[in-house]
Design a protein around this ligand. Sequence first.
Ligand SMILES: Cc1cc2nc3c(=O)[nH]c(=O)nc-3n(C[C@H](O)[C@H](O)[C@H](O)COP(=O)(O)O)c2cc1C
Length: 156
Amino acid sequence: MKSVVIYSSQTNNTKKMAEAVAEVLNCTMTAVVDAGDLAEFDLVAVGFWYKAGQPDPATQEILPKLAGKKIVLFGSHGAAVGSPPAENGMAKARELAAGADVVATFSCPGEVDAKFLEMAAKKDPQPPWLAAAPAAKGHPDAADIAALKAAVQAIV
Ligand SMILES: Cc1cc2nc3c(=O)[nH]c(=O)nc-3n(C[C@H](O)[C@H](O)[C@H](O)COP(=O)(O)O)c2cc1C
């Protein structure tokens, strides 16, 4: 099975996850914006960061183009693991990838850019995930990466 990891990452949290996935799948990784034609790949692992409750814009664009492929979805968020904002964002990714066979999903907290945190705190109402964001500091950590690797290993 020919695999590739494509990822979107502004502050490297998702990139760190992408590196771990590429290691398990023993495949190359490339930024979503540089992904080009993916016709040759059977399995595409897609890494994204959460923005406004959904996958980041570059990922939103590519997900509908993966119909017919096996895909792994992984993401990082300021939200707490398992919280509605975290779950809803992953559900949105699945929805956008309609027609693809989602073989695994994984998400974990990713440290939120300090400047953005400051800005977001001034919003009224505040985004629903913001209260959990301070706890994302230092993530993804070694345990997150180990759990991600295990999730991907399970489908290899
Ligand atoms: C502009 C902006 C919007 C964000 N929106 C959300 C959001 O809606 N939900 C959430 O859980 N995290 C949100 N975050 C937090 C990021 O998704 C999180 O820090 C992620 O790990 C960043 O990944 P990256 O380092 O790969 O860019 C937002 C961060 C920024 C900068």
